[in-house]
Design a protein around this ligand. Structure first.
Ligand code: DON
Length: 313
């Protein structure tokens, strides 16, 4: 697909959905309410590294749950699939991202690594190694994905930490069932930091482009994730990335995607491009409202659904 064709549709989506003013920025992490609710950016980066953006594509936001697939990928690379399958399942939960009833009945494992319980358990796996602290490992991953120095928004981190009673309850339930060990407080702290990594639409689309390019960062040509890791990351994003609306998303958009409560959504069109939308007004599932509309529109207009008939052999 030509970048010009994408530009045209992205520009149309931006002008069409700028007029949506429903929803508000997330308030359960008070600092997130400081975002300008009318900011709206769409960025696309192709698997070959060309990019196009419209709107406030360099305005910073925190990754929140859009960090989860990348940390899952890092853990897969470091500890392998067998270990990860002993830590979380890969089943859609049909529940909200912060549901407490997120542990499978028999195994007591989290349903999947995209909901908070699973993401916290995955972050817990990351240990200090070869002179790198646990946080260094997280930051270094995002440095490599963006070819930039990664920063944490300390105000958002502190705000989340102060109001994190629900995530603490989830973490202690994981501890109770032996999914994690006593270092859980430290791991929760790391999880809050990974969620508070500062990004923007341009950078997030570049991160997505690495997945569109089978794990190779399009600018540096560094292989960050193996083909198999990318396949696993995208499978889980497709089935679980949008939580309790993942089925509807798979049906109507058909692009492996992940949202974050800061108002970001990114999606990956394998072999073609990564796309990121930022608009802080979110719905009851924690998804950006303009983001949802944009993805539906892009998918429909550019025929991006992964099961779009491509002709017969
Ligand atoms: O754990 C939390 O509640 C947040 N740091 C992240 C939640 C989130 O982004 C949910 N996604 N839409």
């Amino acid at each position: 697909m030509e970048l010009n064709q994408i530009k045209e549709i992205v520009t149309l989506a931006h002008s069409r959905f700028s007029s949506i003013h429903t929803g508000e920025a997330a308030s359960y992490i008070p600092e997130l309410m400081r975002a300008n609710p009318d900011h709206f950016a769409i960025s696309v980066t192709t698997a070959s590294g060309e990019s196009f953006s419209i709107g406030e594509a360099e305005v910073g936001f925190t990754l929140q749950s859009t960090s989860k697939p990348f940390i899952y990928g890092l853990a897969l690379e470091c500890y392998g699939k067998e270990k990860l399958m002993q830590t979380t399942g890969v089943e859609p939960s049909g529940e909200a991202f912060n549901s407490i009833i997120e542990l499978e009945e028999q195994s007591h494992l989290p349903f999947n690594p995209m909901v908070n319980s699973g993401a916290i358990a995955i972050t817990h796996l990351l240990k200090a190694q070869e002179g790198q602290t646990r946080l260094d490992r997280v930051l270094h991953l995002f440095d490599r994905l963006t070819q930039d120095k990664t920063e944490i928004d300390l105000a958002v981190y502190q705000s989340e930490k102060k109001t994190a009673h629900r995530n603490q309850a989830i973490a202690y339930l994981l501890r109770h069932f032996g999914v994690v060990d006593d270092l859980i407080d430290e791991s929760l702290d790391l999880y809050f930091k990974q969620c508070s990594v500062v990004s923007n639409a341009k950078k997030l689309s570049l991160m997505a482009a690495t997945l569109a390019n089978s794990g190779i960062q399009p600018h540096s040509q560094e292989r960050i994730f193996s083909n198999e890791t990318v396949r696993d990351m995208l499978s889980i994003m497709f089935t679980c990335g949008m939580y309790d609306s993942a089925g509807k998303w798979a049906y109507s958009v058909g692009i492996p995607s992940k949202s974050g409560v800061s108002g970001a959504i990114f999606g990956v069109v394998p072999g073609q491009f990564g796309v990121a939308v930022y608009s802080p007004r979110i719905d009851q599932h924690g998804h950006s409202i303009r983001g949802l509309r944009t993805f539906e529109f892009l998918s429909e207009s550019l025929k991006l659904h992964i099961f779009e008939p491509k002709g017969t052999l």
